[in-house]
Design a protein around this ligand. Sequence first.
Ligand SMILES: NC(=O)c1ccc[n+]([C@@H]2O[C@H](COP(=O)([O-])OP(=O)(O)OC[C@H]3O[C@@H](n4cnc5c(N)ncnc54)[C@H](O)[C@@H]3O)[C@@H](O)[C@H]2O)c1
Length: 261
Amino acid sequence: MRFKDRLIVITGGASGIGEACARKFAEQGGRIVITDIHLDAAQRVTSDLDGHAIELDVRSDASVETAAESIENDIGPVNTLVTSAGVLQPPHPPHELEVEEFDRVMNIDQRGTFLTCRAFGTRMARRGAGAIVNIASVAGLRSTPLHSYTPAKAAVISLTECLAAEWGRSGVRVNAVSPGHTLTRAMQAQVDSGERDLDALASNTALGKLVTPDDIADAVCFLASDDAKAITGASLPIDAGWLAATSWHSYGGVREKYDRQ
Ligand SMILES: NC(=O)c1ccc[n+]([C@@H]2O[C@H](COP(=O)([O-])OP(=O)(O)OC[C@H]3O[C@@H](n4cnc5c(N)ncnc54)[C@H](O)[C@@H]3O)[C@@H](O)[C@H]2O)c1
C-alpha cells in the first residue's frame, strides 16, 4: 500500500491511460480525484474507486485554478499530480493543418500541462513536498507527421525538466513518461474498424508488441512513489522499444527471434 492516504489528482482520468493510472493508484491505497472535461465519464470511473470526480478543462486557467483551490480546501492537500488530459491530431501536411487545429492541440497538450502543473505544483512547493508525472509521448522525442502534437509533447518533456529544477529544492519531483502506441479502448476501436493494423504497429517495436495502459500506469506509479525519490526531470519512454527499433528499418528491420538450442 505504497500510496496509503495519499491524495492523487489525475487530469484526463476519465479514460485510457489516465483511467488506468487512477485504478493502479487506488489498488495501492491512494485516494483518487479524477478531473476531466467530461464529468459524467469521470464519475463513472470514480464510482468504482470511491474517489472524487471534478470537472476541469485544462485549456482554462480559471477552471484549473478553481478546481485546484476546491480540491485542496474540500478534499485535502494534493500529494501527486498526473497530467494525462490530451488530444491527438490527424497526420496532415502543414498546408492542410488548420491553424485552429494547431492551436487546439497546443492549448490542451502543452499549455494545459503547464497550467495544471503550475496550479498544483506551486501549492506542493509551498508545502515542501509532492510528485508530478506528466504524460508526454515518444512523438516528442522523434519527428512525426503530427506538426502540432509532436512539438507540444517535446515541450512537455522540456517543461518537465524546467519545473524539476524550479521546485527541486522545495521537495517537488517532476518527471514524465513517454508512451509509445498504447492499446487503449480508442486504439482498439480503430483496430476493430480496420483503420489501424495492430501487427504493423507492433512490428515497429523491439519487443514486437504494443504497450497497454496498465504498462504506463505501472511506470507512472513508480515515478510517483518513494522508490523514485532520487529521480526528477526524467522522461521515461514506455514504448516496447519503439525508439530503439525504428532506425533498424534502414537495415531491413529488427532481428527475428533466435532459434532455441
Ligand atoms: N494512446 C496512445 O497511444 C498514446 C501514446 C502516447 C501518448 N499518449 C498521451 O496519453 C494521454 C492520454 O491519452 P489516452 O490515449 O489515454 O486518451 P483518451 O482520449 O483515452 O483520454 C484523454 C482524456 O483527456 C480528456 N480531455 C481531453 N481534453 C481535455 C481538456 N481540455 N481538459 C480536461 N480533460 C480533457 C478526455 O475527456 C479523456 O478522458 C494524452 O496526453 C496522450 O497524448 C497517448
